[in-house]
Design a protein around this ligand. Structure first.
Ligand code: NAD
Length: 478
């Protein structure tokens, strides 16, 4: 359960103690072997395998997150990250030789991946297991200690995370502190070697300015309004099936959820009808069916429920038409899957990340106008394109900027371990997953060793003979 402010204040000394312990431990971990790191990864994997039932129960208790979605979007997502790290760890850890330039003939150089040291992972509530354990996989693979601060908004899941990690790792390797802003603030005061934060751009700014005080490096995995563009050559049924899934997954509370949709005006009616059909197929035809569907989860808390209900009301007052959905139930924090048309660009729903089960759909004729509109907003975490036309796809991809892009699908780039995952500027700084996550938690240390270089022939005193040699060397090298 949520801790009181008094309890949080009492946590402060133990945060400091855990940090100091980890600082000592981090020095030892600098020389950790492949086998030692592998064993920590395997322990984490086993903890996930052993606690699947508790994870599903906690997710249901927090916001009726359906077990199937915990299984594939949390348990599977973490297992695939940990398996990928286990199979590539040896290669990642190996120093990488680099060639010597002509000016440094007689030397050899390599990049050594040293652990950054003490790391802090602050995670959000929407996919608490994936977004706590995923970065932890990278931190452990790279040989770091870690303190994890899960979200206070999903107390049952946070408590399972703490119990799982406390029973798996020694506190000097991995520690967990539950709590809200006070706990985060106490942690952010400490001079960690790296902070990996996942959450909103607003709190991202708080984290980055706290990190600046200690010049701590950061990875910021943030959010924003991820647009989707659907061309008239797209396969409408397949597109609708995909977006009805990715938009209403986790009740729209997904960082890479397709936020708002631009559809070519020739196919917009057919597209909206196809989305409605898919929603009814997935969650039921009537509101009663949908609200009792075990596959449709809830808004995380009252504040977000009110924010989202307010967004629908505001859009409707501004002239938007509810194509389907729009019903809400405050007691259960239920918002029906909703599709809106004729939404004004000035309405509140277009001024913030929606992060809920509302899909505003906009018709377009001229793709350049859509591209200009996308470019007028902060760079998104994801941008999706649905089209059968290669040139159209290239045009949208090349003329816009986004953290990641899926073509004729959405959100699955999160599961592609070989791709970097992250945002750009407002949607994030730095990349996660696979080798990119390993590098985020490593210092790429430059090492050069002299073997038989001749540089000393050009050391002072700069006699005419030495000057001539320098000039000859410059002619040869440039
Ligand atoms: P949030 O930013 O409110 O909270 C994230 C974490 O920061 C929580 O642990 C919270 O306790 C802590 N926190 C909150 N306020 C703080 C403050 N003032 N100082 C220090 N710490 C503070 O985000 P959220 O509501 O938990 O999650 C939703 C947001 O996260 C959305 O914007 C979503 O797009 C984004 N997100 C991004 C990714 C990604 O991978 N890029 C993944 C999931 C969610």
């Amino acid at each position: 359960m949520l801790k009181s402010t008094e309890q949080l204040t009492h946590q402060a000394p133990s945060i400091e103690a855990a940090f100091q312990q980890q600082k000592q431990r981090a020095l030892k971990l600098r020389t950790s072997t492949y086998e030692e790191r592998l064993s920590r990864l395997k322990k984490l994997k086993q903890a996930v395998l052993d606690n699947q039932e508790d994870m599903c129960k906690a997710a249901w208790a927090d916001f009726r997150k359906t077990p199937a979605e915990v299984e594939f979007a949390e348990i599977f997502a973490v297992l695939s990250q940990v398996n990928h790290a286990i199979s590539h760890l040896r290669k990642w850890m190996k120093s990488k030789r680099v060639a010597a330039p002509r000016s440094l003939i007689g030397t050899s150089s390599y990049v050594h991946y040293e652990p950054k040291g003490t790391t802090l992972i602050i995670s959000p509530w929407n996919y608490p297991f994936t977004l706590s354990f995923g970065p932890l996989v990278s931190a452990l693979a790279a040989g770091n200690t870690a303190i994890i601060k899960p979200s206070e908004m999903t107390p049952n899941m946070s408590s399972v995370i703490r119990r799982m990690l406390e029973s798996t790792f020694d506190e000097q390797d991995v520690a967990v502190f539950e709590g809200g802003i006070e706990t985060s603030t106490a942690l952010l005061d400490l001079p960690f070697d790296h902070i990996f934060f996942t959450g909103s751009p607003m709190v991202g700014r708080v984290v980055m300015s706290a990190a600046a005080k200690n010049l701590t490096s950061v990875t910021l995995e943030l959010g924003g309004k991820s647009p989707t563009v659907i061309d008239k050559t797209a396969n409408i049924k397949k597109t609708a099936r995909n977006l009805a899934w990715s938009k209403f997954l986790n009740n729209g509370q997904t960082c890479i959820s397709p936020d708002h949709i631009y559809v070519h005006e020739d196919i917009i009616d057919e597209f909206c009808a196809a989305v409605e059909e898919r929603v009814q197929h997935s969650y039921g035809k009537t509101i009663q069916d949908q609200s009792s569907s075990p596959d449709y989860c809830r808004i995380v808390n009252r504040k977000h429920f009110e924010r989202l209900s307010g967004l629908i009301d505001d859009a409707v007052q501004g002239g938007a038409k509810v194509v389907f959905g729009g019903e809400t139930g405050a007691e259960e924090r239920f918002i029906a899957p909703t599709l809106l048309r004729n939404v004004s660009g000035d309405s509140a729903i277009m001024q913030q990340e929606i992060f809920g089960p509302i899909m505003p759909v906009f018709p377009y004729r001229d793709i350049d106008k859509v591209i200009n509109e996308i470019n007028a907003r902060p760079k998104p975490l994801a941008l999706y394109v649905f089209s059968g036309d290669k040139q159209f796809i290239q045009q949208v991809v090349n003329k816009t900027s986004a953290g990641g892009t899926c073509i004729n699908t959405s959100v699955v780039h999160f599961l592609q371990e070989n791709l970097p995952f992250g945002g750009v500027n407002e949607s994030g700084i730095g990349k996660a997953h696979g080798v990119h996550g390993f590098k985020a938690f490593s210092n790429e240390r430059a090492v050069i060793q002299d073997k038989f270089s001749m540089g000393h022939l050009m050391f002072p005193p700069y006699t005419p003979k030495v000057r001539k040699l320098i000039q000859a060397a410059m002619r040869y090298l440039t």
